[in-house]
Design a protein around this ligand. Structure first.
Ligand SMILES: NC(=O)c1ccc[n+]([C@@H]2O[C@H](COP(=O)([O-])OP(=O)(O)OC[C@H]3O[C@@H](n4cnc5c(N)ncnc54)[C@H](O)[C@@H]3O)[C@@H](O)[C@H]2O)c1
Ligand SMILES: O=C(O)C(=O)C[C@@H](O)[C@H](O)[C@H](O)COP(=O)(O)O
Ligand SMILES: [Zn+2]
Length: 378
């Protein structure tokens, strides 16, 4: 990885380092970086063919990457998977692993995950188990993946029982972020990724939430400066949290799960069919977490209203009704019982004492959550 960092210094990309001792890695952010990616990837390829896994909607960026690699004399092969959450599955995992094995990928190689969080989570997990671990590089192509999933090493697939239930903590060796690839991202996907941006403000950074209120609409309309500021700010926040609690053992990393206990239950109920995508579930889930915090007296109702209003303003779901999910509280709580934070029958929740004052509450009664959900408008 040292080679990649040296190159980064020469070409003045913004570099944020995820500090994890001998597994530390840089996250490089720069407009146009995809076209220059070969400078960072060639030292990792070491004269061998690079395996790239992507999905069918990322073809244009795959072509840019393969052309850049070709010009640098790096051979590459690509596996193109079907787009969508359903691809984070056992069958796709087998397909990726079999393809990498057929290609002769070795432990010392670096596989490239080029795509959104689905590709990053799936390929990262495949690399965690291939020959008990080979290298991988994240080149995220959605806002969500650039601000969140490409950094921090959570890798996973979904099963019938729920989200991300099979996976590993497995860090990439390098993350390359080119904000310009977002120019081809559908507006709905951009909005969904924005929910994870807002999350960082609501966790512990009220000034950043205010920035989102002032600049979120511009970011979503394509303002490049706003986009790059949000990406760099989010990556820095995530890198700091991951460095302090890589395996989610102290409760600090769990803060990144704000809105996800509700959100994953909504996603599972929707059935991973594209009707409610992850970032939309997270927006609805954060709004519900704030609403629950307000109803239980932890924060002012004005804070919950403010959070919901911001999501509504930018076109994201602001609660249960807007998520389109009509399930009962009991059914949603059943989904929540699969949450990986569950410990000795208790499910800790990320709740809030105010804007930017999220904390892990280990005293929540699931019966109360069920009644709260039943009381929400549908
Ligand atoms: N590992 C983590 O820390 C972490 C964090 C957040 C979310 N996630 C996971 O990430 C997944 C969601 O990721 P996502 O929102 O990126 O979804 P995604 O990977 O499904 O991508 C969204 C859509 O955009 C398309 N796409 C990707 N890049 C494009 C581009 N540049 N132009 C046009 N289309 C493009 C994809 O084909 C797909 O249809 C979920 O499975 C979620 O659980 C993981
Ligand atoms: O990196 C983390 O930690 C997160 O929780 C980031 C979340 O945005 C992401 O959706 C993550 O995959 C959820 O983790 P899970 O442990 O609830 O599956
Ligand atoms: Zn998430």
């Amino acid at each position: 990885m040292e080679a990649a960092e040296n190159v980064a210094e020469r070409v003045t990309e913004r570099s944020i380092r995820v500090e994890l001792g001998d597994r530390s890695y840089p996250v490089l952010i720069a407009a146009g970086l995809l076209g220059r990616a070969a400078a960072h990837l060639a030292p990792l390829a070491r004269g061998r063919t690079m395996a790239i896994v992507t999905d069918g909607n990322v073809g244009r960026h795959l072509a840019t990457l393969q052309a850049a690699l070709g010009e640098a004399g790096v051979a590459s092969e690509a596996l193109v998977l079907p787009p969508g959450e359903a691809t984070k599955s056992w069958s796709s995992l087998a397909r990726v692993c079999d393809w990498l094995l057929a290609l002769g990928v070795e432990r010392g190689d670096h596989v490239v995950a080029l795509g959104g969080g689905v590709i990053g989570d799936l390929v990262g997990f495949a690399c965690a188990i291939l020959k008990r671990g080979c290298g991988f590089v994240q080149i995220p192509t959605t806002l969500l993946a650039q601000v969140d999933s490409s950094v921090g090493g959570k890798t996973a697939i979904n099963t019938a029982a729920g989200k991300n239930l099979i996976g590993a903590f497995y860090q990439p060796g390098l993350v390359l972020i080119d904000p310009e690839v977002l120019d081809t991202l559908p507006a709905r996907e951009l909005r969904a990724g924005y929910a994870e941006v807002v999350k960082y403000g609501l966790i512990d950074d009220p000034a950043f939430f205010e920035w989102c209120e002032a600049n979120g609409a511009a970011l979503l309309a394509g303002d490049a400066a706003a986009r790059e500021y949000a990406i760099a700010h989010s990556v820095a926040a995530k890198a700091r949290i991951v460095a302090a609690d890589e395996h989610e053992t102290t409760g600090l990393r769990a803060l990144l799960n704000l809105g996800h206990t509700f959100g994953h239950a909504l996603e599972a109920e929707a059935g991973f069919d594209g009707s409610l995508i992850h970032g939309e579930g997270v927006a609805a889930g954060i709004a519900l977490a704030y609403r629950y915090s307000a109803v239980t007296g932890l924060c002012d109702m004005a804070d919950a209203d403010r959070v919901a209003a911001h999501f509504r303003t930018v076109g994201l779901p602001d609660g249960l009704a807007a998520s389109g999910i009509r399930a009962s509280g009991a059914r949603l709580v059943d989904h929540m019982r699969h949450d990986k934070k569950m410990a000795a029958g208790t499910l800790p929740f990320l709740l809030a004492r105010g804007i930017g004052r999220t904390f892990l509450d280990r005293t929540v009664d699931l019966g109360d959550v069920e009644r709260f959900l039943d009381a929400q408008p549908r």
